[in-house]
Ligand binder design. Structure first.
Ligand code: PDD
Length: 284
């Protein structure tokens, strides 16, 4: 089946889809993005992702490229055209194309690119993954989902080279901020779920927010507070969350085995509860 992308109002063959060489996304990483997972034709947590897109755009003073309703329609249309029922939608909005100048252009129209891809979601959720820790070298507005992802590119590459799936970034005080493309969680020895609170230090994951809601509905005890690498080493369980990995157990951090080295009971329970959420409530 042919695969199309959507670029600035047009459906174009994916292989020929392009933006201008002076697009500010290319020149300055002056843009934002979202990744929305699609399961059995449903967009998981779509409104949460669009709300965060709205927030990211607002924080960078980039205008919406089109009406929000249009965006919802185009995502569905593109998924249909490309025959994607399980996979993901990638949305990117930049400040637009303009002669290279750091200052905002007076009259650029935002660039909108939407692509879809078939993918197996959360492929390691049943088996678990390894993570390594690395220093967090990012800027101070990690709450904005910008396409400026070089620290994460380097971090994920280092993880791969060290035989791990993800790298957990660590701040100057020794506390874990988050993964390069996921949020970080632990379960303490006495069974409390812990994840770092939303602030400028992390991206407030849409999956993270859904997991917190699911945990509250299940009556689970959780604490939103920073945790140190040493606390994570000693945790009963650890896992990571994102739109594409849902709840994925972490079995090793650096050279330490977490718990008994198998996916933990709470992680498995949260994965199942999240899957139920992704299949119905909160999805559309
Ligand atoms: N990454 N933290 C960072 C730095 C991220 O890049 C992501 C998502 C998350 C989790 O957010 P959410 O639950 O909304 O996916 C946390 C996406 C999946 C990516 O860049 O591919």
């Amino acid at each position: 089946m042919a695969r199309d992308a959507y670029v600035n109002g047009r459906y174009v063959p994916h292989a020929r889809a392009a933006v201008h060489v002076e697009d500010r996304g290319f020149q300055f990483a002056d843009g934002v993005y979202e990744v929305v997972s699609v399961r059995r034709g449903r967009l998981i947590d779509e409104e949460g992702h669009l709300d965060r897109l709205d927030r990211s755009l607002h924080e960078l003073r980039i205008a919406w490229p089109c009406d929000r309703r249009v965006l919802r329609l185009v995502m569905r249309r593109l998924l249909e055209r490309n025959g994607v029922r399980d996979g993901l939608v990638y949305l990117q909005v930049t400040r637009g194309a303009a002669p290279r100048d750091f200052r905002f252009p007076a009259a650029a129209r935002p660039t909108l690119v939407i692509t879809t891809r078939r993918a197996t979601l959360a492929p390691h959720a049943r088996t678990g993954v390894r993570v390594v820790t690395i220093p967090d070298i990012r800027w101070k507005r990690r709450d904005i989902k910008t396409v400026g992802l070089l620290p994460q590119v380097l971090g994920k590459q280092e993880a791969a080279e060290r035989g791990a799936f993800e790298a957990w970034q660590v701040d100057e005080d020794g506390f874990v901020t988050e993964g390069t493309s996921s949020n970080a969680w632990i379960v303490t020895a006495d069974g409390a779920l812990v994840t770092r609170p939303a602030s400028h230090d992390i991206l407030n994951g849409i999956t993270r927010q859904s997991i917190l809601r699911v945990a509250a509905a299940e009556g689970l005890r959780f604490e939103e507070r920073p945790f140190r690498v040493e606390e994570a080493y000693a945790a009963r369980e650890a896992f990571l969350s994102s739109a594409t990995s849902f709840v994925t157990p972490v079995l090793r951090i650096d050279d330490r085995t977490i718990g008994d080295g198998a996916p933990g009971a709470l992680s498995r329970k949260l994965f199942d509860a999240y899957l139920a959420h992704a299949s119905g409530a909160g999805a559309s």
